[in-house]
Structures are given as structure tokens and as C-alpha cells.
Design a binder for this molecule. Sequence first.
Ligand SMILES: C[S@@+](CC[C@H](N)C(=O)[O-])C[C@H]1O[C@@H](n2cnc3c(N)ncnc32)[C@H](O)[C@@H]1O
Length: 112
Amino acid sequence: MLKPVARLPHWAAAQGLQVQQDSQTQLHVQRPGQDIRVETEAIDVVRFIAAARQRAWDLLMAQAFLDLVDVPTTLPALLSLLRPGGLFYCPITFDGGTVFQPEIDPELDVAI
Ligand SMILES: C[S@@+](CC[C@H](N)C(=O)[O-])C[C@H]1O[C@@H](n2cnc3c(N)ncnc32)[C@H](O)[C@@H]1O
């Protein structure tokens, strides 16, 4: 399966968006009236919050994440990064199965 960063250009193109892959971590998608820049970075949330204050964010997404951090401190800090009217999408959904990829040892993976 392709990683999300790899899947997004294909999905955007299928939606009729013009897609420009600026680098491995930067994607630019456009259509009339919409100009969306996507940047991905692997970073600890505390470091992200400190660095992210340089900009006002339109959208923050964190799937299956808030249950792993201290919500009383992390959630207000994340919300404070949003521009007025910005969106925060933070679902915690789980299909009930944990999968290790790539598979290393099938028996051990099942035992875990
Ligand atoms: C349950 S996984 C969800 C991954 C992915 N969003 C998904 O839905 O498949 C939780 C993710 O949060 C990341 N994570 C945990 N603590 C973090 C922290 N302090 N800062 C940044 N990421 C963290 C983990 O590395 C992991 O990728």
C-alpha cells in the first residue's frame, strides 16, 4: 500500500485538481478558487507547536493522536495555532485491528 503522502497526489488528480509535487514533503494542488499547499514533516508535537507559531494555520489534522498526549496542555496549544475560523479535525477511530508493516515475523506479529 502507498503511504498517505504518496496516495494524496493520485487522489487529488482523480478529483480534477492540478497537482505539483514540489519535493518529497511538499505538494501543491490547485483548481479554480482553490490553492492548497501540503507539507509533511515528522516531528514531536511539542516541537511542532513551538515552530508552528510562525504561521497561522487553516487546518490541523491528527487522526488517532489525541489519546496519546496530555489533552489539557496539548489541545489548547494546538487550537491556539489556528487562524480565526480555522478547522481542527482530530478523530479517534480504530478498526479494531493492529497491523505491523512491513511484516517482520508473522508469528511474533500475531502474538503481539
Ligand atoms: C495511533 S498512531 C496513528 C497514526 C496515523 N495518524 C493513523 O491514523 O494511521 C499515533 C501516531 O502518533 C504519533 N505520535 C505519538 N506521540 C507523538 C508526539 N508526542 N508527537 C508527534 N507524534 C506523536 C505516533 O508516532 C503515531 O504515528
